[in-house]
Design a protein around this ligand. Structure first.
Ligand code: F6R
Length: 240
């Protein structure tokens, strides 16, 4: 794992954007694995700017998001489909038919999970995967536990995750209790991974990423086994 500390959140976003731009220039029909949450917002702003000012072309790009709350309507303002449309897809020249987010209102979420993994396989796998990290070390919504799931599945969200995400909802009671998430195999089979961690509240989990331990109690530590991970964090996350 390559580890890089930037001074600020803006620098992390710019550095991450450079990697995405280089990926799209090298392979215009890349399959990008994308994340939601606060952390990637700066990167998405940079990519929109690169599209508007530099002509960065998304016309042949396919995207596959990590996760979606369950159950949730795609039109709900806190759904990850809504988030992606509002914060990225509506501002770039991507064909929305080529943007995939798990279906938060699937009648059969287990079947939706199997179909999601099959879709990723059919697409030829993910070229570049973006990840944020939960304060408890989750990636996607793979929550800490004695064991993790390899495949896309329905996950019960921990209290820590629901509390952390309550800031986006009117109250904690409105935060969904479940999510459909890509599993650890879906993440670890991406050819290249960029992991972002910003802000003081990520300090403890950043520390856990910097020793040699791998544990399912901190799912992100499994990334230490992947051959091509760039871990970018800001000073606040690094120094606490
Ligand atoms: C979001 C996701 C989550 C977030 C993580 C960090 O699609 O998969 O793992 O990346 O919860 O969220 P923020 O960036 O809001 O701190």
């Amino acid at each position: 794992m390559e580890f890089l500390v930037c001074n600020t959140y803006e620098e992390v976003s710019q550095e991450a954007a450079r990697i995405f731009e280089a990926q799209l220039k090298a392979k215009p029909d890349s399959v990008l694995g994308l994340a939601t949450g606060s952390t990637p917002l700066g990167l998405y702003r940079e990519l929109i700017r690169a599209h508007e000012c530099g002509g960065l072309d998304f016309s042949r790009v396919t995207t596959v998001n990590l996760d979606e709350y369950y159950p949730i309507e795609p039109t709900h303002e806190q759904s990850y489909r809504y988030f992606m449309d509002k914060n990225l897809f509506d501002h770039i020249n991507i064909d929305k038919n080529n943007t995939f987010v798990p279906n938060g209102k699937a009648a059969d979420p287990a079947a939706e999970s199997v179909a999601y993994d099959e879709r990723i396989k059919r697409l030829g796998g993910i070229d570049l995967q973006l990840l944020g990290i939960g304060e408890n070390g989750h990636i996607g919504f793979n929550e800490p536990g004695a064991a993790l799931h390899a495949s896309t599945h329905v996950e019960v969200l921990t209290e820590s995750t629901r509390n952390a995400n309550a800031r986006f909802f009117a109250s904690i009671d409105e935060v969904p209790t479940h999510a459909i998430t890509t599993g650890m195999a879906g993440i670890l089979t991406a050819r290249k991974i960029v992991l972002l961690a910003c802000g003081k509240n990520k300090h403890a989990v950043v520390q856990a990423m910097l020793d040699d331990t791998v544990t399912t109690q901190i799912p992100a530590t499994l990334l230490k086994c992947h051959p091509d991970v760039l871990f970018l964090c800001d000073n606040a996350a690094y120094k606490g």
